[in-house]
Design a protein around this ligand. Structure first.
Ligand SMILES: Nc1ncnc2c1ncn2[C@@H]1O[C@H](COP(=O)(O)OP(=O)(O)OP(=O)(O)O)[C@@H](O)[C@H]1O
Length: 226
């Protein structure tokens, strides 16, 4: 079985004035198919940095980043953008939708970019909208949706290109408690039903019961919380 995400001895430093700070130190993380993993930890401990390295949005200084078994560390920008488009679905704190497009067209857009807007994709868009409860709003411009509805569109969009890996950075930050559980429940459902791998960065302890494993940032690495 191919492992969707494996980080091996990843290091990352940032410049802080004239000194270097080590944010990630020999960090290791493996996420298998069907696994929904949470990463928690104090502000500034490096959670978003882990996610953006796993998502080919920034590079590590050293170590391996294996997406579906292939080390992307040495990939060109063009190769990395292909991995981002086809193999990874992103869900951010703000849903980051295109305001003037309707709900269904948000899903169409990412698949058109991948050159795959065919009959299968159209069916997948409709199935995904149904699974997040938005069939009746498919033609509505997203600027008129509530925060929770926008986040549900973002979830459907993240799954649209059938990526093996889903990365979510504080997906509930803008939502109240009951909407937060609804949103994370939907991510868990998609991950488990479709055998995807997902990593969610969060500070929201009330949604951790949806996750199969919870890791805490500790001294630049990750440790499993019992
Ligand atoms: N591009 C950058 N240049 C310099 N420093 C950075 C950069 N990106 C992140 N940092 C620093 O690295 C540290 C870790 O940032 P990161 O955003 O990963 O933390 P986090 O755990 O996600 O925090 P939060 O919970 O507040 O979002 C912080 O001190 C941050 O200021």
């Amino acid at each position: 079985m191919i492992t969707p995400l494996k980080l091996v001895d990843v290091n990352k430093q940032f410049k802080d004035g004239d000194r270097q700070i080590e944010i990630l130190k020999n960090l290791n993380l493996t996420v298998e198919k069907g696994e929904f993993v949470a990463v928690i930890g104090p502000s500034g401990s490096g959670k978003s940095t882990v996610l953006s390295i796993a998502g080919a949005l920034q590079s590590s200084d050293s170590g391996q980043v294996l997406i579906n078994g292939r080390d992307i560390s040495g990939y060109s920008d063009k190769e990395k953008s292909l991995v981002r488009l086809k193999s990874i679905g992103y869900i951010f704190q703000a849903a980051n939708l295109v305001p003037f497009l309707n709900v269904r067209d948000q899903l169409k857009l990412v698949t058109e970019l991948a050159g795959e807007w065919n009959d299968d994709a159209k069916k997948r868009a409709d199935d995904l909208l149904e699974s997040v409860g938005l069939t009746s709003k498919a033609k509505k411009a997203v600027q008129h949706l509530s925060g929770g509805e926008k986040q549900r569109v973002a979830i459907a969009r993240a799954f649209m290109n059938n990526p093996e890996l889903i990365l979510a950075d504080e997906p509930t930050a803008a939502l109240d408690a009951s909407r937060s559980r609804e949103i994370v429940g939907l991510i868990a459902q998609e991950v488990h039903d479709k055998n995807k791998a997902a990593v969610m960065v969060t500070h929201d302890e009330s949604v951790l019961d949806f996750c199969d494993k919870v890791y805490e940032m500790h001294d630049g690495g990750l440790r499993l919380r019992k």
